[in-house]
Design a protein around this ligand. Structure first.
Ligand SMILES: Nc1nc2c(ncn2[C@@H]2O[C@H](COP(=O)(O)OP(=O)(O)OP(=O)(O)O)[C@@H](O)[C@H]2O)c(=O)[nH]1
Length: 375
């Protein structure tokens, strides 16, 4: 334990309290004003919230003769404290407070419950005071509030009974306001980042099946193309098109057609077992598997498994001339990416193979190496 003025940096500092300042009261005011400015700067840092709050409490302990400074944050419901960031000489940290505690407990709880600042001039006489340092004599707790939302409590503890003058308290009130701004800023930034992530995800996925959409596929194809060109490894495509899908919609309705597409997507997802494999909706009733690192034979085998799995799913199709259930035709292509060709050559080859599978009676797999003449 090191009470202020006892071995810490304020020992020889003439301006540690308003009383000590005496004729130098303006020096004390200057210190408080400087402190407020420093806290404001920290509050606007806007990076990781915990780091910002930690620097604020450290700044308080570094600049003022206080034994403990802490910021205690409430959960979303405002019923429990869930996080405490502190600086100073905490010699006792009650275990029950380590993982959050209800606002029914402690002087900080009283501050949160009442929404009012709490000045405790003699901690020994306050029934709610929970000691963190046996030398502490007084405590000041301020609600941290942004507009109507109570975020938590700013807690300052001093080893002097007369430390919290009106002027000093008003500075802590202002600091609590800065902390509230910092918390609000961090939460808004966090919410924006998460909304952006969601939007990014939405813009890359297909609403019906939940798999990647064409935009995502195009981006990944060109990224894989570049990467594999450098690596000298192959890239394969499996393009699957549901057979007689128009008659299926006409006979069973679009909702059933939608459900069949979802099932096709699930089957493709089960087959895409490579870490970099991508399953995407290529167009209406066409799905595509992008298979980095696989050659034509491996992709053709996967295409064949896909065709068989779709048959095995036995989704009824009353109007297909191929089978009484949904079938797919599959075009497969592969290439070793190089500057001589582009991703379009790979797609064109898969497309040509698919066309041949349809022409030869559907429910079959055709594989073609990509050819510079294809695109
Ligand atoms: N239910 C449903 N149908 C879709 C969707 N997207 C495209 N389709 C339908 O898929 C059908 C594709 O028809 P076509 O291109 O004529 O081909 P097909 O009838 O499957 O015949 P082949 O491909 O030659 O075997 C069209 O009727 C589209 O309306 C979708 O999201 N849901």
């Amino acid at each position: 334990m090191s009470p202020e003025g006892d071995g810490n940096q304020h020992d020889h500092d003439p301006v540690t309290t308003p009383a000590a300042a005496g004729a130098g009261a303006s020096a004390w005011q200057a210190r408080l004003t400087g402190l407020l400015a420093e806290v404001s700067r920290e509050a606007l840092e806007g990076e990781d919230l915990e780091a910002v709050l930690r620097r604020i409490v450290e700044c308080l302990v570094r600049n003022l003769p206080v034994a403990i400074a802490s910021i205690i944050l409430l959960d979303d419901e405002g019923t429990h404290f869930m996080q405490e960031v502190w600086a100073g000489d905490v010699e006792l940290f009650p275990q029950e407070l380590a993982h959050g505690w209800p606002v029914s407990v402690g002087a900080a709880g009283r501050c949160a419950r009442t929404g009012e600042a709490q000045l405790i001039n003699d901690v020994d006489t306050d029934p709610d005071y929970i000691s963190g340092n046996s030398a502490v004599r007084s405590e000041y707790l301020v609600p941290i509030r942004h507009r109507t939302r109570l975020h938590g409590v700013l807690n300052i503890e001093s080893t002097r009974a007369d430390f919290f003058s009106e002027e000093t308290r008003s500075v802590f009130d202002a600091i609590a306001g800065q902390v509230a701004g910092a918390i609000h800023l961090a939460r808004v930034v966090g919410e924006l980042e998460s909304a952006n992530r969601k939007l990014e995800q939405l813009s890359m996925s297909d609403g019906l099946t939940g798999i990647a959409n064409r935009r995502c596929f195009d981006q990944r194809l060109s990224a894989e193309w570049e990467w594999l060109a450098g690596e000298g490894r192959e890239l394969a495509l499996v393009l699957a098109d549901a057979d007689a899908f128009k008659p299926l919609n006409d006979a069973h309705g679009h909702l059933y057609g939608d459900e069949c597409l979802r099932e096709l997507a699930r089957i493709c997802m089960r087959l895409a077992d490579g870490t970099d494999d991508l399953v995407a909706r290529f167009g209406g009733e066409e799905l595509v598997l992008l298979l980095p690192g696989r050659d034509l034979a491996a992709a053709q085998e996967l295409g064949e498994r896909l065709r068989r799995d779709v048959e095995a799913a036995a989704m009824p199709h009353a109007q297909s001339q191929v089978a009484p259930h949904v079938t797919v035709s599959v075009g497969v292509s592969a290439v070793r990416p190089s500057k001589a060709m582009s991703p379009d050559h790979l797609i064109a080859a898969a497309d040509r193979a698919l066309y041949m599978a349809k022409a030869r009676g559907r429910n079959r797999v055709i594989a073609l190496e990509a050819d510079p003449k294809d695109a």
